[in-house]
Design a protein around this ligand. Structure first.
Ligand code: AMP
Length: 249
């Protein structure tokens, strides 16, 4: 079974992002970039499926600028077999990524596509769902457990107030949630070995996909600063403050 995993290059989750002075976007100049954390989980799951003898090949794909190659190399170091970069300088929105993912899936014919539940930069949570719709495949979103059989996959989904188990017919799209697994630490020999693994390049034009943005960002702003808190001496003072100052009682 071939597994296709989508990995996005995003601002590292430890970076405190700043908004550009003109409010047009987040400033990503000279900022550490990494693989989207949910995509690390997606790659880890694919590698575990291969280690368990349930997957035969793992192909990772990233869409975006040339530097996405680094993200793909990280995925190869985790255990993916080969990588595809769909190179473009155009800003990619989820629908464009979903169309590209469909085009790659049409070529590669995987049985399973795993993407992150959401990218931590745009927080869209749309790509997996839209890719499944475009492919006409079943989808198991927010997966915290994936159990593959010959023609089906059982997915335990994290939903409000509990867990839902769905059985999907393969081929299917799964989106990884936080509790699906804990990605492995990458060892140096694997980083070296990853440099020799195949990385093919293509472009939206080669895949026949129009990636022109459909949405226009009007404004990006930092969250409003919170005012400092105060300490109260006792419960009576707290109640008085809630009544008279905060006016919530
Ligand atoms: P989003 O819908 O933007 O929140 O992204 C959900 C998931 O889609 C991510 O976790 C990735 O697995 C995948 N994805 C989104 N954008 C890209 C991209 N440019 N390249 C590769 N995968 C992507």
């Amino acid at each position: 079974m071939k597994v296709l995993v989508a990995v996005k290059r995003v601002v590292d989750y430890n970076v405190k992002v700043r908004v550009k002075a003109d409010g047009s976007d987040v400033d990503v100049a000279n900022v550490k970039m990494s693989m989207n954390p949910f995509d690390e989980i997606a790659v880890e799951e694919a590698v575990r499926l291969k280690e368990a003898g349930k997957a035969s090949e793992i192909v990772v794909v990233s869409m975006g600028v040339k530097q996405c190659e680094e993200t793909l190399r990280t995925a190869l170091a985790m255990g993916a077999d080969r990588a595809i970069l769909v190179e473009t300088d155009t800003e990619l929105q989820p629908l464009a990524v979903a169309k590209l993912l469909k085009a790659v899936a049409d070529k590669e014919q995987p049985q399973l596509v795993i993407v992150g539940k959401q990218a931590i930069d745009d927080d869209a949570n749309q790509t997996g769902q839209m890719a499944a719709a475009l492919l006409g495949w079943a989808q198991g979103t927010f997966a915290s457990k994936v159990d593959i059989a010959a023609e089906t996959v059982d997915v335990i989904r994290e939903i409000d107030g509990g867990l839902e188990t769905v059985k999907l017919r393969l081929p299917a799209v799964v989106t990884s949630d936080l509790r699906l697994n804990e990605p492995r630490f990458i060892k140096l020999p694997n980083i070296m070995a990853a440099k020799k693994k195949p990385l093919d390049k293509t472009s939206p034009a080669d895949l026949g996909v129009d990636v022109t943005p459909r949405l226009k960002t009007l404004k990006v702003a930092e969250p409003a600063k919170r005012s400092a808190g105060i300490k109260v001496a006792n419960a009576a003072e707290l109640v008085a403050k809630l009544k008279n100052d905060a006016k919530v009682l």
